[in-house]
Design a protein around this ligand. Structure first.
Ligand code: NAP
Ligand code: GLV
Length: 311
């Protein structure tokens, strides 16, 4: 039996589609009458404290999100394999966001927007894409997809990961020892790391101060991963004193971003409400229905989270 425990999304719609895809395999929601001991899979997003109560027969936890940082902090998380969302549709959506932000900053949008507001005709030619270095933190599923889509646009690319990665056309840096060298050659810093104890607060004032100062207006950060990666007080300071030329932020320390956050009022801060990439219902149903069918047929679970690493 599959149990859905999805908050902040249309759980009924997901349940209907999963039931249709898996029939006659039973699919239930909270509030339905069922024996919790018969639940073999639980599909979760933002699970409540009681989400796993009584689920003594669990074979796997299925995460609606690609990021599992919040799930790993659940106080009653059962000790069974946890599968995260990995899907070409999700990667495409994230790369759409990254490409939009990178190209906007590369073409000095902040500067020309300000000039237009001031009715100022001031010709400044943006660099060629090849003269602009985009540094991607996190060379996993999403980081690699973003790199593959930025590469044909002509950008100079570099990446930073925990273990060395080699992707054609991307200069790879790995580990703490190579972090500063990675930053020193980066104009636009894109964050696609998972949130772990090691990566918490990585977007801080010291990091920003190490970025290359070649792009007109200053270096730029794009955070599409988790709010816990960024120190917002440091971003405010860096945007105000010119250490950063601009920031595109999709995620925040507290979500929704509080009304009194100073970030709302900063001209060169581009805020979106955690919409960079959503797990699409059609592809999510196909992904998880396939996984349950395969696992029931004896195949191993894919994309299992390594709890020691935290992602
Ligand atoms: P992934 O495939 O697990 O890739 C993670 C990458 O980060 C890997 O390259 C990994 O290095 C690297 N990494 C991990 N810890 C590191 C460390 N301490 N130092 C340096 N590099 C480190 O993850 P993904 O699927 O690409 O997703 C990344 C994150 O995006 C998710 O965790 C989620 O939080 C976020 N996300 C956000 C949205 C949104 O709408 N804003 C949507 C989806 C996902 P190795 O290659 O060496 O393992
Ligand atoms: C969304 O933020 C996800 O982790 O998929």
């Amino acid at each position: 039996m599959l149990l859905l425990h999805l908050s902040d999304v249309d759980e009924a719609s997901w349940a209907d589609k999963l039931a249709a895809a898996l029939a006659p395999y039973p699919v239930v929601r909270r509030g339905d009458a069922f024996d919790p001991a018969e639940v073999h899979y639980v599909f979760v997003w933002k699970p409540k404290p009681e989400a796993f109560d009584g689920l003594t027969g669990l074979k796997a936890i299925l995460s609606l999100g690609a990021g599992v940082d919040a799930l790993l902090k659940h106080p009653k998380l059962p000790d069974v394999p946890m599968v995260r969302f990995v899907d070409t549709d999700l990667s495409q959506r994230m790369s759409d966001y990254v490409v939009a932000q990178v190209t906007m900053h590369h073409r000095l949008y902040t500067r020309f927007r300000a000039d237009q507001k001031a009715r100022r005709w001031s010709q400044l030619y943006p660099p060629a894409a090849s003269e602009t270095s985009v540094g991607i933190m996190g060379m996993g599923v999403l980081g690699q997809d973003a790199a593959k889509r930025l590469l044909p646009l002509g950008f100079t690319l570099r990446s930073w990961s925990r273990t060395p990665k080699s992707l054609e056309g991307v200069e790879g840096f790995a580990g703490d020892a190579q972090f500063d060298a990675f930053l020193r050659g980066t104009d636009i810093l894109v964050n696609l790391l998972p949130l772990t104890p090691e990566t918490t607060g990585v977007l801080n004032y010291e990091t920003f101060g190490k970025l290359r100062r070649k792009l007109d207006g200053g270096p730029v950060i794009v955070n599409a991963a988790r709010g816990g990666h960024q120190k917002e007080a440091d971003i405010v300071r860096a945007l105000e004193d010119g250490t950063l030329g601009a920031a595109s932020l999709d995620v925040f320390e507290t979500e929704p971003l509080p009304q009194d956050s100073p970030l709302w009022d900063i001209e060169n801060c581009y805020i979106t409400p955690h919409i960079a990439a959503i797990s699409d219902e059609k592809s999510g149903v196909s992904y998880y229905a396939g996984i349950i069918r395969d696992h029931e047929a004896g195949k191993p679970l894919p994309n299992v989270v390594d709890r020691q690493r935290g992602y």
